[in-house]
Design a protein around this ligand. Structure first.
Ligand SMILES: CC(C)(COP(=O)(O)OP(=O)(O)OC[C@H]1O[C@@H](n2cnc3c(N)ncnc32)[C@H](O)[C@@H]1OP(=O)(O)O)[C@@H](O)C(=O)NCCC(=O)NCCS
Length: 374
């Protein structure tokens, strides 16, 4: 009998040069660079280059990538029309999934591209995904769509399009670090989804649409939105203990806590925790971080579970005045670099993913009884 690993836990499904999550030690690295070496020291654009080329860019290489990313900032009019006509009540992450799929309809060459052309598609998606999210957010409020700009970084451009104003240096740097921290994470559910679709030799847009669909689930990228909903429901620091006790008694999952791979602290969490503390202090709204810290302590002490990347990122985005339903979209914006790099890697040495399943249904040999006699 074949060995069944529910959720593919512990199964190594392919080799990768892009990133590794060492769950027992709490280490994450991209192409050999520890996340602590990267966060706060390189820009998101440098990380995009690193994931696409497996080395950090020199100045000329970075300038070339930055120019290529900014050159792709114009969305097709049909996609803009979709963003302005989509139901205002739609979830931004669903609109993004649909818009990425739609972008594929404009790229008529996509079935016979070489690796360089596939990389150009990846650059286009990295560039356009944030614009899609920001423009839909503007459109659903009945606001005008700010003209795209080519003088702003990926992080600053998203904040500018979303709010209509060029962000402060600090807001830009905060989001840039968040982008760096979320860019790559091994064979997580959405990346694996992208690679499975790519392994059929389907196209980049289909792989990424599927990945966005996987990311939105509350057990994956959707957890950061769940954290803010939880903090809002709790309301104040003095209510945390009883709320968590009730939730655990009802066997509810506490959003932003626990991880399939990390059995110690998620190395991305302390970076976001530091930013969350600073931002909430500046805003004079310490209750969010106070509630978060108490939840983290209870979960660590009572369940031996630690905060993950989504736990503090929720407070960081909230403090940047980003609406809650754009939290998972921001995860998607930054993970676009990781997803597309994985699709490129899959195609560089492709083998169709086709696992087996263990059949546990009715015994073999059932006989068909005519419909009126059943
Ligand atoms: C991420 C997640 C799906 C991993 O689940 P998993 O692989 O089953 O985790 P583990 O095997 O380590 O779980 C061990 C135990 O802790 C419990 N547990 C794990 N995360 C928990 C959480 N957030 N709240 C309460 N209990 C939790 C599990 O139910 C399990 O309990 P059991 O042994 O009584 O069945 C899970 O931790 C979770 O749902 N977290 C909340 C959602 C989230 O933040 N997702 C983002 C991940 S980056």
């Amino acid at each position: 009998m074949a060995l069944v690993s529910k959720g593919l836990e512990g199964v190594v499904a392919a080799e990768t040069r892009l990133g590794e999550v060492k769950g027992a030690e709490g280490i994450l690295f991209y192409c050999g660079y520890d996340i602590n070496e990267l966060a706060g020291h390189v820009s998101y654009e440098e990380v995009v280059y690193l994931l696409f080329h497996q080395h950090l860019p020199n100045r000329a290489e970075l300038d070339a990538l930055t120019t290529a990313l900014r050159a792709e900032r114009e969305l097709p009019q049909g996609v803009i029309d979709f963003l302005t006509s989509a139901p205002k009540s739609a979830k931004p992450i669903d609109v993004m999934r649909t818009a990425v799929s739609m972008l594929g309809c404009y790229d008529t060459l996509r079935h016979d591209l070489n690796m360089g052309e596939h990389r150009a598609t990846a650059i286009k998606l990295v560039s356009q995904i944030g614009i899609i999210a920001a423009y839909f957010h503007r459109a659903r409020q009945g606001l005008s769509l700010p003209p795209i700009r080519k003088d702003l970084s990926e992080a600053a451009h998203f904040l500018y399009l979303m709010s209509g104003e060029v962000p402060s240096k600090e807001a830009e740097q905060t989001l840039d670090v968040a982008y760096v921290l979320h860019a790559e994470h091994g064979f997580n559910a959405s990346t694996f989804t992208a690679r499975v679709v790519a392994s059929t030799l389907s196209d980049m847009y289909s792989s990424i649409s599927a990945a966005i669909g996987a990311l939105k689930g509350p057990l994956h990228g959707g957890a950061n939105e769940g954290v803010i909903h939880m903090l809002e429901e709790i309301g104040s620091p003095d209510k945390v203990d009883s709320w968590v006790a009730d939730a655990l008694a009802q066997k509810k999952k506490i959003m932003g806590i626990g991880h399939r791979v990390y059995k110690v602290l998620d190395p991305r969490a302390p970076h976001l925790q530091k930013m969350a503390i600073k931002l909430t202090e500046q805003l004079g709204e310490p209750k969010w971080i106070q509630m978060s810290e108490r939840i983290a302590t209870i979960m660590r002490e009572q369940k031996g579970l630690n905060a993950n990347v989504d736990f503090y990122s929720a407070t960081v985005y909230h403090s940047l005045n980003i609406p809650t339903d754009l939290f998972t979209p921001i995860f998607a914006i930054s993970r676009m670099s990781g997803w597309t790099a994985h699709v490129l890697e899959q195609w560089s040495d492709n083998r169709l993913f086709r696992p087996l399943s263990e059949y546990v249904g009715k015994a073999y040999g059932q006989k068909v009884v005519p419909v009126d006699e059943r």
